[in-house]
Design a binder for this molecule. Structure first.
Ligand code: SF4
Length: 386
């Protein structure tokens, strides 16, 4: 029997025996503003000024080497990973052969975010330190930060408790970033801001800002309640968030006036279906004439590409091939870290010797879930351990 390991985000030191595979915990979910609210600010200009404040830091505090040493020590993979690495990523124990994915473990953006949060603790040893969200979706890391006194803002009745943040506190923005409204709120408090937003995430923000400037609606491939997508949507003008091909097909069918999947929906049905996933005042009759594609960085690349191709073909059908650039824009905003792990998992999925793929990561991590769905139906099951 052969199994494979794909480690997402961090090599966890152990698999907690007391945790069963099921039930799956609910993802951490929050929208900052009321669903569908349009960004009230010019995102580009606001962020430009935000990043030039004296109390703003996004590079860390000069303790990089010692912090990385500490992280390597705290999160080093256990004996299995060490053995696999020493043996060319393959090892046999009894009748079981285990292979390790070529790309695995912590991505660059996560390492950077966690390092900066650790450095913030060292830099501000006595201040209250708050995280606007879990810094990443990895229970081991989040637990460790809580133990260090870096607390995630509690959520009550769907609202983050910003009132708990006092003058002189420190606020760490997670790797997923923060919605514009949250950043604006923080500028009104006398706090130090430590911004760990992954640059790949801010690249998507630039993309939706371009759409906004040119009056294209952003079709964002992502999960509308995921922190990263909430932040991205806050930088967009008009937007709609689609999670999968089924939702993209529904939108395309509406654009064509029905006929793509044999059904056509009414405007009311459309607005009801996407009520949490559209900008304020979204009108599908007007706001789907010019569209651009963006995505949550960790979605499955092939899905984003397929959604982009579908939308492009529909716009060509409706407006003519010669007019496509006036009605459709697409940029690749899948991050390298996510892509390398997806490619490595696809490679494992093509390995016919394997009976099982174990994905090690957080249940509520989009990165992890994207890896979990890469499989060969009927050939094996894939599981997530966190
Ligand atoms: S966007 Fe990519 S590199 Fe950045 S934290 Fe997420 S997975 Fe890692």
């Amino acid at each position: 029997m052969a199994i494979s390991l794909q480690l997402c985000q961090f090599n966890v030191p152990q698999f907690p025996a007391e945790k069963g595979l099921f039930p799956r915990p609910k993802p951490y979910v929050l929208r900052c503003s009321a669903a569908g609210e349009a960004a009230p600010l010019d995102g580009k200009e606001f962020r430009h000024n935000f990043m030039r404040r004296n109390d703003y830091n996004r590079r860390g505090f000069g303790h990089q080497d010692e912090t990385l040493d500490r992280m390597n020590h705290e999160y080093a993979g256990g004996g299995i990973i060490k053995k696999l690495k020493e043996n060319g990523k393959q090892q046999t124990w009894g009748e079981v052969t285990v292979k390790l994915a070529e790309a695995h473990g912590i991505c660059w953006g996560v390492e950077r975010a966690v390092r900066i949060a650790y450095e913030a603790r060292k830099q501000f040893p006595t201040q209250n330190i708050w995280l606007n969200n879990e810094i990443i979706h990895n229970p081991t890391v989040n637990q460790r930060l809580q133990e260090m006194g870096v607390r995630t803002l509690p959520v009550k009745e769907g609202k983050k408790q910003f009132d708990l943040i006092g003058k002189g506190d420190v606020v760490v923005l997670s790797a997923f970033g923060a919605p514009l409204e949250e950043m604006k709120l923080l500028t009104q408090k006398n706090v130090d801001i430590v911004d760990t937003t992954c640059p790949w995430v801010s690249k998507v923000w630039h993309t939706v800002e371009k759409h906004k400037k040119e009056e294209y609606t952003s079709i964002i491939h992502g999960k509308y309640a995921h922190e990263e997508t909430v932040a991205t949507a806050s930088f967009a003008g008009s937007y709609i968030i689609v999670e999968n091909m089924e939702e993209a097909t529904y939108v395309c069918d509406y654009i064509l006036g029905g006929g793509l999947d044999g059904s056509s929906s009414t405007k009311e049905a459309f607005l009801k279906k996407f009520k949490f996933a559209i900008s304020k005042g979204f009108d599908p009759d007007k706001d789907l004439e010019k569209v651009g594609i963006a995505n949550q960085t960790t979605m499955l690349k092939r899905d984003t590409e397929n959604i982009g191709k579908l939308v492009e073909s529909i716009m060509m059908r409706k407006y003519g091939v010669g007019n496509i650039t006036k009605h459709f824009k697409s940029f690749n905003t899948i991050c390298n870290g996510a892509q390398e792990r997806q490619d490595a998992t696809h490679k494992l999925a093509d390995d016919e010797e394997l009976d099982l793929i174990l994905v090690v990561g957080g249940w509520n991590s989009s990165n992890t879930l994207s890896l979990q769905v890469i499989d060969r139906p009927g050939a094996w099951n894939s599981f997530i351990l966190d």
